[in-house]
Design a protein around this ligand. Sequence first.
Ligand SMILES: *Cc1c(COP(=O)(O)O)cnc(C)c1O
Length: 218
Amino acid sequence: MDIAENIKLIRKELPSEVKLVAVSKFHPVEAIEEALAAGQTVFGENRPQEFEKKVLALRERGIEWHFIGHLQTNKLKMVLPYADLVQSVDSIHLLEAINEWGGRNGKVIPVLLELHVAAEETKQGFYEEEILDILFRAESFRNVRFHGLMGMATNTDDEASIRADFGRIKAFMDYLQDLFPEYADFRELSIGMSGDWRIALEYGATMVRIGTSIFGSR
Ligand SMILES: *Cc1c(COP(=O)(O)O)cnc(C)c1O
């Protein structure tokens, strides 16, 4: 795997305003070092322990860290002190815990709300109505800042189904931005992974989360 070359090829196709999140989960710190040397500065991890370990191993390197995995409330302290963005807030319980943690620690935590889209396997994420409820009372979460939505398309080769999923996320994003024009920060749409990021660009992705196509298989 030529990590630098992979990043270069992706960057060539990626509009400059779309953020590339290099998903380094299961890959060693050395792989992140290689990506850093190639100019990649935004990294995503999905396990609290691994996230914290890598953050601490790579301190003061100018990395922007995104947490993209399921987060249990007893693991907040491994993630929240370091995360520049928590992309994967997927329950009210978690959101309230993050807000409380932020209050206790004098921080405002930037988050994305994960929308449940994919038909099958994962039950992770909010339904549309839940996200509406949250945003209607966004001011009550004083230690959280809502930056947008994260979503995963159904894991399939069927492009029509991927397009249907991304189309739904994009439509909901547009709807929310119309409904809450005062939430100027709510503009990130994190959709697209190794297999479908090119399609995601057609549906307004502002960030793509790419692991395998950069670091190889896990
Ligand atoms: C692992 C992971 C990715 C990257 O997946 P690839 O297919 O390897 O690019 C993106 N998003 C989330 C939430 C992930 O867990």
